[in-house]
Design a binder for this molecule. Structure first.
Ligand SMILES: [Zn+2]
Ligand SMILES: [Zn+2]
Length: 137
C-alpha cells in the first residue's frame, strides 16, 4: 500500500482520475512541509519536466476542494500548500514566520448535533487560527 493511497482515494472519490502527474504532485507535496505553487512546480518538473505551472494550479485547486491539501497565507502574502494529513487536526499558524502548532481539538465536535439534525453530509471542513507566535509577537 502506497503512502499516497489515502490521498488517491480522496481524489477517486471526488470523481477524478489518478494520473502519473497527480501522483508526482502528491510526492512533491510530501517532500516539504509547506510549499507555494511555484516551489511545488520546481519540485515536480525535476521528475516530469513537461508539467506547466498552470497544471499545478489546476490540480491544487482540485486538491483543495477535495481536502487533499490545505492552504495557508504567510507573511510574504504568498499562499502555501501542504498535504492535509491523515490524522485529523487543526492548527494555529503564525502569519509572520509560518510556524504552526497543532491543536488537539476539532470544533466540529461541538456542532455535530446541529449538522446531523440538518441532514447535511459533511465531506470536509476547514478551521485554522492565524496570529503571531511567541517569537514574533
Ligand atoms: Zn512566528
Ligand atoms: Zn476538524
Amino acid at each position: 500500500m502506497s503512502a499516497y493511497e489515502y490521498y488517491l482515494d480522496k481524489i477517486k472519490q471526488g470523481g477524478f482520475k489518478i494520473t502519473q502527474q497527480r501522483i508526482e504532485i502528491l510526492k512533491a507535496l510530501s517532500k516539504d512541509k509547506m510549499q507555494s505553487a511555484e516551489q511545488l512546480h520546481n519540485n515536480v518538473i525535476l521528475i516530469q519536466p513537461n508539467v506547466s505551472l498552470d497544471t499545478i494550479y489546476r490540480n491544487l485547486h482540485m486538491f483543495l476542494k477535495l481536502g487533499v491539501v490545505t492552504e495557508t497565507k504567510v507573511g510574504d502574502g504568498k499562499t502555501r500548500f501542504k498535504l492535509s494529513g491523515k490524522k485529523h487536526n487543526h492548527h494555529m499558524t503564525c502569519v509572520n514566520c509560518g510556524s504552526s502548532v497543532e491543536l488537539n481539538f476539532c470544533p466540529m465536535d461541538l456542532i455535530k448535533d446541529q449538522i446531523t439534525s440538518k441532514n447535511f453530509r459533511v465531506t470536509n471542513h476547514n478551521f485554522e487560527i492565524f496570529g503571531y507566535c511567541s517569537c514574533c509577537s
